[in-house]
Design a protein around this ligand. Structure first.
Ligand SMILES: NC(=O)c1ccc[n+]([C@@H]2O[C@H](COP(=O)([O-])OP(=O)(O)OC[C@H]3O[C@@H](n4cnc5c(N)ncnc54)[C@H](OP(=O)(O)O)[C@@H]3O)[C@@H](O)[C@H]2O)c1
Length: 313
């Protein structure tokens, strides 16, 4: 059992922004009983509108603001840079200022794409950031805006390769394409870790558990924790290429006796599949800090994929 005293006891009013998105939906579906949840998304709340944020949150006075709002279309960020930097860069800064003014904790979700991918060992939280795409740059700017805001009570959680119910994501794309095409070429020279939104949502609730008296359904941990404010990495554990991830998805489909058109998954290189935005070739995140602070283990990406399939239909 891990036992610390809590720096943030007694608050339970939580605002989730970007609430219609993939991760936020899972957060909202797994909200601890002790929390009163307030959901916000476009068009009623726009994180690029500082005045609107001030008015909304000065009135509501949430104890925690969880920001899942983002411009997440990585390739579109290349052609819509201004929008990317407004939403992913300036928006989190506005939220941090509001959080500081009303005394709220800010939880903000960021990405493995803040790293260049030039390494071959997992990235820790204070490794040098060096984004190679407009999306990654804009998300890094969002992190920096939070740090520059003067807010001390924040958690920035970087994650990778998210999938879950309710969002376009790689798993759902492969499932669809496997029924439409006989052959699929999937990139085999980019490595990372898939993350099930169910696990990330549980990890976020776990980090702020002193507020909600929450214990993770994944780990069944009952211990109270104090997670010092700052940056955390969270993904599932293990490493794979997109090709290996696709193979595991198709294996799940075959085990479920799904009717597939697909005959062959072909490993291809990044060069054979050019996209507007460059991707890191290696963006595995080290989760040691999260594990140490919470005392929790993190499930392997294959195990979580299996759970996703079991819960899916
Ligand atoms: N998906 C991944 O693979 C991945 C990987 C690493 C990190 N992340 C990060 O994880 C977080 C959640 O990702 P996700 O995939 O769940 O996102 P998502 O499904 O794209 O949801 C984002 C939500 O934010 C809303 N939004 C966009 N601009 C907004 C604005 N100006 N004001 C308020 N809301 C706005 C979107 O509304 P519209 O749909 O109407 O635009 C959408 O409902 C993001 O911070 C993302 O950068 C994602």
């Amino acid at each position: 059992m891990t036992s610390y005293s809590s720096p943030v006891t007694g608050y339970k009013k939580i605002a989730v922004i970007g609430a219609n998105g993939m991760l936020a939906s899972m957060l909202c579906d797994s909200v601890p009983k002790s929390v009163t949840l307030h959901r916000f998304d476009l068009p009623e709340l726009d994180i690029t509108d500082a005045d609107q944020l001030n008015t909304t949150f000065a009135e509501l006075k949430p104890d925690v603001v969880i920001n899942c709002a983002a411009f997440t279309q990585v390739d579109a960020c290349e052609s819509q840079r201004e929008m990317a930097f407004q939403v992913n860069g300036a928006g989190p800064g506005h939220l941090a200022t509001v959080a500081r003014n009303i005394g709220a904790v800010l939880v903000h979700v960021s990405t493995d794409f803040v790293f260049s991918g030039a390494r071959t060992t997992p990235y820790v939280e204070d490794d040098m950031t060096e984004p190679i795409s407009a999306y990654g740059e804009s998300k890094l700017q969002g992190e920096q805006a939070i740090l520059a805001s003067g807010l001390s009570d924040y958690y920035i959680i970087r994650t990778s390769w998210l999938y879950g119910p309710g969002g376009p994501n790689f798993v759902e794309t492969i499932i669809r394409l496997a029924t439409e095409r006989e052959e699929l070429g999937i990139v085999t020279d980019q490595f990372g870790t898939p993350t099930y939104t169910g696990d990330l949502a549980a990890a976020i609730w776990r980090l702020i558990s002193p507020i909600t008296s929450y214990s993770s359904p994944v780990t069944q941990h009952q211990s109270q924790i104090t997670a010092p404010y700052g940056i955390y990495h969270y993904s599932n554990s293990g490493v794979c290429s997109w090709y290996e991830f696709a193979c595991a998805i198709v294996e799940q489909l075959r085990n479920d006796n799904a009717s597939l058109k697909l005959r062959e998954l072909k490993p291809i290189t990044t060069a054979e599949y050019p996209l507007p935005a460059e991707r890191p070739s290696y963006s595995v995140l080290s989760k040691e800090k999260y594990k140490q602070v919470t005392g929790d283990e993190i499930s392997d990406w294959r195990y979580s994929l299996d759970r996703y399939f079991k819960n899916r239909s």
